[in-house]
Write a protein that binds this ligand. Structure first.
Ligand code: UGA
Length: 449
């Protein structure tokens, strides 16, 4: 099918690459000329396992000019960002701007389904449909060949292509049968797994068959928010249990394991630590809180998930104060800056939130990270953080190392050399990730958050 995808962020680019790989004719549009130029040269502006490979081995057309491609399209995805506004609501400027461009430029001569993939608050799909239809009618064109659907994405950074090529479920929110049929045809190669498996993106073991769930638009919008916020609160729950385990002398990792062995609970998203960050959980939790507030609906559980997550940073500070009492003038090295491993995304990282608090308390902060530093040096150029590529050098004169992102590279470091470099030999594993015996053996006092 002929597909146009608007937006070349994580969602847009990975969706475009996956759809091109399974045999569709895909054009990718973005207003950012530098991104498009870089993509035309085969260089993805984000780091994602398999993405460069799929872009190189498919024929995606990259352009800044929607008009060039829009009228051939059978399917148009809106996959632009919806970042948080200061009041917690989602910023819909990019979504509206994409919808305006579609409304102004489209001249429907065949069935076209316009699909919102961006995460948007409840009701926005329907307002986008109204605004595009109105614009088309204002242009004296017929809107009867236009169809609309909400199709939320569930991809995770770091394994975005795997999540897209081998999804658990595809949610199609529409009351329009043509839209549903067109989308079923679009996704059939994923559901039936009829495409060639790319070497760079292998399927997960024991994956269930993809389930297509057909709902109305509002339910699809709600599924997206409820899923992300549920995962966030599952993490907050184990973090709250962790605080209690600390007081009672229980081991939260064993507790999580014991809970996760119950198939109704499942072991995922029960890793206790510094808390959740990234460009999705914080934004979507805030947005759902605002949506609920607008409906005058109490959501104490969601509020608590947010509150517990914020409190994880205080927990680290308290552990540091317990060890040092006065934090002023300490050298603290943070192992990990990205919001999770296997991504170069440094936005909304709990490690950065912790670093900012430490700076306020007069601590000197040095970051080391195997992948995130080039981005961080740009994004956090105005912060008082130091950046050091080599973890051994980063630990020179350090009073405390805090493991803030569970990169596998941190497992195999020469902790003897690190210990020799430290001024005070203390480590907080804020991701419950390292081998405590090994770290203790090299003379570093090791505790978990
Ligand atoms: C999340 C969802 O997992 C995806 O399903 C969703 O599509 C995506 O948001 C989105 O809305 O676009 P992502 O933000 O890439 O994906 O990252 P996750 O792997 O979910 O991790 C989020 C945060 O939770 C990270 O900071 C991670 O360190 C933290 N986390 C995760 C924990 O603290 N403990 C865990 O057990 C799992």
């Amino acid at each position: 099918m002929k597909v146009v995808n608007i937006g070349t962020g994580y969602v847009g680019l990975n969706t475009a690459a996956a759809l091109a790989w399974i045999g569709h004719d895909v054009a990718c549009v973005d207003i950012d000329e530098s991104k498009i130029n870089s993509l035309k040269n085969g260089v993805a502006p984000i780091r994602e396992e398999g993405l460069d490979d799929l872009i190189k081995n498919t024929k995606i057309k990259f352009t800044t000019d929607l008009v060039e491609v829009i009228n051939d399209a059978e399917v148009i995805f809106i996959a632009v960002g919806t970042p948080s506004l200061p009041n917690g609501h989602a910023n819909l400027d990019y979504v509206h701007s994409a919808a305006n461009s579609i409304g102004n430029l489209i001249n429907p001569t065949h069935d076209v389904t316009i699909i919102v993939k961006s995460t948007v608050p409840i009701g926005v799909n329907s307002s986008i449909e109204d605004s595009i239809r109105n614009q088309v009618k204002l242009n004296n064109l017929n809107d009867s060949l236009l169809h609309f659907a909400s199709n939320p994405e569930f991809l995770r950074e770091g394994c975005a292509l795997s999540d897209t090529l081998y999804p658990d479920r595809i949610v199609i929110g529409t009351n329009d049968n043509t839209a549903f049929e067109m989308m079923s045809k679009l996704y059939a190669p994923l559901v039936d797994q009829t495409f060639t498996i790319p070497d760079s993106v292998q399927p997960p073991k024991d994956r269930p068959k993809t389930y297509i769930l057909h709902t109305n638009q509002t339910s699809a919008e709600m599924i997206k928010y409820s899923s992300n916020v549920f995962l966030a609160l599952k993490i907050s729950y184990i973090n709250e249990i962790s605080s209690l385990c600390d007081k009672l002398g229980a081991n939260v990792d064993d507790v999580a394991k014991g809970m996760g062995l119950d198939h109704r609970i499942a072991p995922y998203f029960l890793n206790s630590g510094l808390g959740w960050g990234g460009s999705c959980f914080p934004k979507d939790t805030l947005a759902l809180l605002q949506i609920a507030k607008d409906q005058q609906c109490d959501t104490p559980i969601i509020q608590a998930a947010w509150y517990v997550n914020e409190a994880q940073i205080d927990k680290v500070i308290n552990k540091l104060k317990y060890e040092f009492y006065d934090l002023h003038g300490l050298n603290v090295t943070l192992f990990g800056l990205t919001f999770k491993p296997n991504t170069d995304d440094v936005r909304n990282s709990p490690a950065v939130a912790l670093a900012k608090r430490l700076i306020e308390l007069g601590v000197h902060v040095t970051f080391t990270d195997p992948v995130g530093l080039p981005n961080a040096r740009k994004v956090y150029a105005d912060e008082q953080f130091k950046f050091e590529d080599d973890p051994i050098k980063a630990s020179l004169d350090s009073d405390c190392i805090i493991l803030t992102t569970e990169w596998k590279q941190f497992k195999s470091l020469d902790y003897k050399a690190i210990s020799n470099n430290m001024r005070h030999k203390f480590m907080i594993d804020a991701r419950h990730y390292l081998n405590s015996e090994y770290i203790n053996d090299v003379g570093i006092k090791y505790i978990k958050l």
